[in-house]
Design a protein around this ligand. Structure first.
Ligand SMILES: Cc1ncc(COP(=O)(O)O)c(C=O)c1O
Length: 399
């Protein structure tokens, strides 16, 4: 078989490859971005499916459906988006198979070979992978505790005339940081001024544990071309594979045409059942429960790192989302730590694959949502033991 030229450049996702080993039951893993299984509203989801299948809508739920998505679900999302300040009609919502598909479709409709995408450094790996598959080039902009360095962005816009700016402004993957209001406003201004679309990837926006909510970039300036993506993966269940894109109608039409060739439409049964669920189930109360659960886990992880990791370790302090990002004291390599930790059946994700340029090998991403507090406390202590052993080994310094 002769594969396409495109595939000769395609790399498997370093993270998904790592997850194959780290998600074995015997491993205490902080690697995946997995929600807590006990947070899944199993009974409510089962009931919603049963109700749909017992109703006159059953044939439609088992039939092919429109590419744009199930109308009542699109309407619910449009209303939800309005509550977050994003004014849109249901026609401006496309239901996708998770927000990952939204990222890929945006790549498909916007990017030609050699086009430039501006990304944070570090960035969400599977977005880099999607854009690479459309043979894009990356321009990186640094990030700090307030998210993407928007002060660096204008020079990049002038220099490389990008086709797209991609970012996760709220509780970023991998760093857990949030773009400040001032930077959001400036980003929207720059996008409008230079006519460069922003892809606002927001799967974590509703998982806030502390601090005041910030407006989505799509809610700031109607003149700014913004495609907003979100998902039920982290709030209900990733197995539903339900996400959405919100944009102007012309962009939604292009994304819809691109999606027609990919999968015809997102699964009808999941869409019908979720629409039914949202009619009867208190989604906001559910979100509160999930946020309370994750808030505790986040605090336990931060306390464990502070207590046990060596001095000189730096870490982010997320106000929501699923991840803490840590930087080991100089000279320590997170990939070497990963090997050491896996001997002890502890896992995390080394930070280097998240960088589109100039990887920082001393960084690591730790997920706090998927394990109970006791396991997180134990895991951080054991991981610190692995760091101590690594510190005792002779090794070359890393950059
Ligand atoms: C930033 C970001 N975007 C998109 C996704 C994909 O999510 P979904 O399950 O909605 O496809 C993830 C999943 O972890 C993510 O972290």
């Amino acid at each position: 078989m002769t594969f396409s030229r495109r595939m000769s450049r395609a790399k498997p996702s370093a993270i998904r490859e790592i997850l194959k080993v780290t998600e074995r039951p015997e491993v205490l893993s902080f690697a995946g971005g997995l929600p807590a299984p006990e947070a899944f509203p199993v009974e409510a989801i089962a009931r919603a499916h049963a109700q749909v299948l017992a109703s006159p809508a059953a044939p439609a739920a088992l039939q092919y459906g429109p590419t744009e998505g199930f109308a009542p679900l699109r309407a619910w999302i449009a209303e939800r988006m309005a509550r977050r300040g994003i004014r849109c009609r249901p026609e401006q919502v496309l239901i996708t198979a998770g927000s990952q598909q939204g990222i890929d479709l945006v790549g498909k409709v916007l990017l030609d070979e050699g086009d430039t995408v501006v990304v944070e450094n570090p960035s969400y790996v599977a977005a880099l992978q999607a854009f690479e598959s459309y043979e894009a080039r990356f321009e990186v902009v640094g990030s700090d505790d307030c998210g993407m360095r928007i002060d660096e962005l204008e020079a990049v816009l002038l220099r490389s005339r990008p086709k797209l700016i991609y970012l996760v402004p709220t509780f970023q993957n991998p760093r857990g940081t949030t773009l400040s209001l001032e930077r959001r406003v400036r980003l929207a201004q720059l996008a409008a001024e230079y006519g460069v679309p922003v892809l606002e990837d927001d799967p974590y926006g509703e998982l806030r544990y502390r601090g005041a909510a910030l407006p989505a970039i799509a809610a700031i300036d109607e003149a700014a071309p913004v495609i907003h993506l979100s998902s039920f993966s982290k709030t209900l269940s990733p197995g539903l594979r339900l996400g959405w894109a919100v944009a102007d109608e012309k962009t939604i039409r292009m994304l819809t045409v691109a999606k027609q060739a990919v999968d015809l439409h997102t699964g009808s049964l999941a869409q019908h059942a979720t629409a039914r669920l949202l009619e009867t189930f208190d989604y906001d109360a559910h979100l509160k429960t999930v946020c309370a659960l994750y808030s505790t886990r986040c605090e336990v992880m931060l306390a464990g790192i502070e207590r046990h990791f060596p001095s000189g370790t730096t870490l982010t302090r997320p106000e929501g989302g699923l991840f803490v990002w840590a930087r080991l004291p100089s000279g320590l390599n997170a990939q070497e730590l990963f090997v050491e930790a896996m001997k002890e059946r502890i896992a995390f994700v080394p930070g280097a694959p998240f960088f589109a340029a100039a990887p920082d090998h001393s960084t690591l991403r730790l997920n706090f949502s998927n394990r109970p507090p006791e396991a997180i406390a134990e895991g951080m202590a054991r991981l610190a033991g692995c760091i101590a052993r690594l510190q005792d080994q002779p090794r070359a310094a890393v950059g």
